[in-house]
Design a protein around this ligand. Structure first.
Ligand code: BGC
Ligand code: CA
Length: 348
């Protein structure tokens, strides 16, 4: 694509919230990449929260490139933003802190967890995230319940679960920890496992599809008994590949349990259609709302605690948003709550 066209697209993607209540806070947000379903849901939630609290917010697409995001951070600081929200790429959290500290600009880190030592270097930096162990364990537990209820799911009757693991981006805590803990949940429940294949699909649906295609041709659909994916986008890619084999398309005798993480809107739809077994809510609504509240309150010189932002703050630095298991039984509740992302909220 031509550079000028790319630039135009980047400009079009800069949103600006029209303030309901006038406030002159200006927040600069660096998103690791726009083409990511979960981060897009966080972005929508932030925009909605900003509309309510007042002020202006801009978002920029880091395109998964550390130098691009670093330039965007520099750009925001030059423009004189009141606060920065960073969904980091590599070590850009460190970079943002280093640049924001001399200017006394608060920094809110979302999604990729920085080294705790880095957070200690600045009194105006916070991290909003969720404990990756929980999501790993919960996605594994969904499979535990499934295999307990479906003895026939051990298709070759060898007493082991032959599974495929689809991993997110390497070096991201959610990749390493979810991979380990999903397997742990199954082992702790007494299941024997055999990993047929594991590959990195960088959180992306297209790569999830490609990797799954490869596994299907190496092992054959009849020999795969489960797919564990570090997120929903990759899980939905794998499901597309299974559908091409006539699987996971509504016929119960042709179903391979696939689990993801995030509970994105498309994942909830896939669950409704019986294509995806289950997922884990990675709470974009609350992660986004907390990010905006901290940015505004800190920029106004307030302390950050439960009274000022409505969320518990651990060790003065961490806002932990719990994960929740999503299964067929409680799916309706999550579908209804999804609308909350766009609904007006209470002024905090
Ligand atoms: C989410 C993924 C997302 C990734 C981006 C993870 O926490 O589960 O869906 O792509 O963060 O860094
Ligand atoms: Ca088996």
């Amino acid at each position: 694509m031509k550079k000028s066209l790319l630039l135009l697209i980047a400009v079009l993607f800069i949103f600006s919230a029209s303030p309901a209540i006038s406030s002159d806070i200006f927040i600069g947000t660096c998103v690791y990449k726009f083409n990511d379903t979960h981060l897009t849901e966080i972005r929508k939630s932030m925009l909605e929260e900003m509309r309510l609290q007042g002020g202006e917010i801009v978002f920029s697409d880091g395109e998964n490139s550390q130098p691009i995001q670093q330039d965007q951070i520099d750009g925001y600081i030059t423009k004189g933003v009141d606060a920065l929200v960073i969904m980091p790429i590599g070590t850009t959290a460190e970079y943002a802190i280093e640049k924001a500290k001399p200017e006394d600009i608060p920094v809110v880190i979302v999604n990729r967890e920085p080294d705790p030592e880095i957070l200690k270097t600045y009194d105006k930096v916070w991290y909003i995230g969720s404990h990756a162990e929980e999501s790993g364990l919960q996605s594994g537990q969904i499979l535990v319940d499934y295999f307990k209820a479906h003895k026939e799911a051990d298709k070759n009757k060898d007493g082991k679960i032959q599974y495929i693991m689809l991993c997110g981006e390497q070096g991201h805590q959610d990749t390493t920890i979810r991979t380990e803990y999903s397997v742990k949940a199954l082992k702790d429940a007494g299941f024997e496992l055999e990993e047929l294949g594991r590959d990195v699909a960088d959180w992306e649906k297209v790569k999830g599809f490609d990797k799954m295609k490869g596994f299907l041709s190496s092992f054959g659909v009849e020999n795969i008994e489960a797919v564990i994916s570090n997120n929903d986008d990759m899980a939905l890619g794998a499901i597309e590949a299974l559908k091409a084999e006539g699987y996971n398309s509504g016929d119960n005798s042709k179903f391979i349990p696939v689990v993801g993480v995030d509970a994105t809107s498309p994942a909830l739809e896939a669950m409704e259609k019986g294509e995806l077994l289950g997922t884990v809510l990675n709470d974009a609504y609350n992660q986004g709302a907390a990010a905006v509240r901290i940015a505004i309150k800190a920029a106004d010189g307030n302390e950050i605690n439960k009274n000022t932002i409505g969320y518990e703050v651990t060790d003065g630095k961490y806002i932990w948003i719990p994960y929740r298991k999503v299964t067929k039984e409680n799916l309706k509740e999550f579908i209804l709550n999804k609308d909350l992302i766009l609904k007006p909220r209470e002024k905090f």
